[in-house]
Design a protein around this ligand. Structure first.
Ligand SMILES: Nc1ncnc2c1ncn2[C@@H]1O[C@H](COP(=O)(O)OP(=O)(O)O)[C@@H](O)[C@H]1O
Ligand SMILES: O=C(OP(=O)(O)O)[C@H](O)COP(=O)(O)O
Length: 403
């Protein structure tokens, strides 16, 4: 894999460099609640701009449905990138249309532009190779060189991640190089006990990785939205909680295999429940109830692990030599459901081992809940991406950067 250092030594002055970043930041309306992913790509963008490149930064944000949707505009991220760079950043209001063409054509050497959310075009995420290829062709027309630095999206076989680098000279940016360097340690020389904590809301993505992790980790702690599919698989009712019905048989098989292979697959013993999903803007108190994991009322939903589970998980992390954690334990954005995530973050800090936190929201949780980033071994910008890397899978966005 060629890195950006090689590109810089070859010289980039005057060249249009397409930087595929992951600027998928959490938003409250148009306000960015955590800019970690924007900061993470600064070394690459800065180095290119200082070397005189015309830098075209592109990313997805959220999961719009293949058409423009103002709620998912990258405009706030472009503004923040400009503030962090201390320079004007141009913004194109489309991806491969007139605005993008004119914006890129108007760049002077050393200037930076951001184009609108790549997922506003259906070609970005299409499963059809030809449709993706067509979009990649149009993106390729915007640049002379490709730099892959959106680590959080390298597990996606998407046009800008997988098809575009095949069409341009391609290099890995600083962030991808750093992320891969750290995660490689967890695959090559993992110290045991190796504990993986999983939570979050992308339930189907993350249930799928447990299959492989059962052969690698010594303990897997389950929280967040996926916990309820486990509880249901054990025969408990989960009310209105998140549930991935079609994966119940797979989860039953995971539980059996874990038992047979001596892997501890630990599920919550209690959970905080409420009748209605809270208003995330007002954040008014909701008075959640703590119930045993087998006693979720039919009209309630579980939004965090309970206090007994917090203690249990802290004890399971206390002697870990290696920890990988992806996915908040609860709806941490609301103070009533943040304690589970706080307890796991604190347990990582207290653990003597090497600790990695991965995922856009998990990293944001650690920072917005007031923890010191330096207290963790590594905070990765990718959740699904790092999990799939740890599974040993070939990631499309990394494979595409190979020579
Ligand atoms: N029990 C739950 N029910 C619904 N959503 C949850 C639950 N627990 C956590 N979440 C949500 O999961 C989201 C983060 O999930 P995800 O995107 O999978 O994590 P990451 O970005 O770290 O990979 C957060 O916004 C949080 O509110
Ligand atoms: O937020 C992301 O992944 P993560 O939640 O696994 O960290 C990435 O930006 C990828 O987004 P996607 O899961 O919508 O493809």
């Amino acid at each position: 894999m060629k890195t950006i250092d090689e590109l810089l030594s070859e010289g980039v002055a005057g060249k249009r460099v397409f930087v595929r970043a992951d600027l998928n930041v959490p938003l409250d309306g148009t306000a960015i609640t955590d800019d970690g992913r924007i900061r993470a790509v600064l070394p690459t963008v800065r180095a290119l701009a200082e070397a005189g490149a015309r830098v075209v930064v592109a990313s997805h944000l959220g999961r719009p449905k293949g058409a423009p949707d103002p709620a998912f505009s990258l405009a706030p991220a472009a503004t923040r990138l400009g503030e962090l760079l201390g320079a004007d950043v141009a913004f194109a209001t489309d991806t491969v249309g007139e605005s993008a063409g004119a914006t890129v054509a108007g760049l002077a050497d050393g200037q930076v532009a951001v184009i609108e959310n790549l997922r506003f075009n259906a070609g970005e995420t299409s499963k059809d190779d030809a449709e993706r290829g067509e979009f990649a062709d149009r993106l390729a027309a915007l640049a002379d060189v490709y730099v892959g630095d959106g680590f959080g999206a390298v597990h996606r076989k998407h046009a800008s991640v997988y098809d575009l680098p095949a069409r341009l000279p391609h290099y890995a940016g600083h962030l991808i190089a750093t992320e891969v360097g750290v995660l490689k340690k967890l695959t090559d020389e993992v110290q045991r006990p190796y504990v993986v904590a999983l939570g979050g809301a992308k339930v189907s993505d993350k249930l799928a990785v447990i299959d492989e992790l059962l052969g690698k980790a010594d303990r897997i702690l389950i929280g967040g939205g996926m916990a309820y599919t486990f509880l249901k698989a054990q025969g408990h009712e989960v009310g209105a909680s998140l549930l991935q019905e079609d994966q119940i048989p797979a989860v039953r098989e995971y539980l059996e295999r874990a038992e047979k292979n001596g892997v501890e697959l630990v599920v919550p013993v209690d959970t905080l429940v409420t009748a209605e999903f809270p208003d995330m803007r007002a954040k008014a108190p909701t008075n959640p109830t703590n119930v045993a994991a087998d006693a979720v009322p039919a009209d309630h939903m579980g939004l965090d692990i309970g206090p007994r589970t917090r203690k249990l998980y802290a004890s399971k992390l206390a002697d870990a030599a290696t920890v990988f954690w992806n996915g908040p334990m609860g709806v941490f954005e609301h103070p009533d459901y943040a304690e589970g995530t706080k307890a796991v973050a604190q347990a990582l800090i207290d653990s003597p081992g090497f600790t990695v936190v991965g995922g856009g929201d998990s990293a944001a949780a650690v920072r917005t809940l007031g923890f010191d980033e330096q207290a963790f071994g590594h905070i990765s910008t990718g959740g699904g991406a790092s999990l799939e890397y740890l599974e040993g899978k070939t990631l499309p966005g990394l494979a595409a950067l190979e020579d």
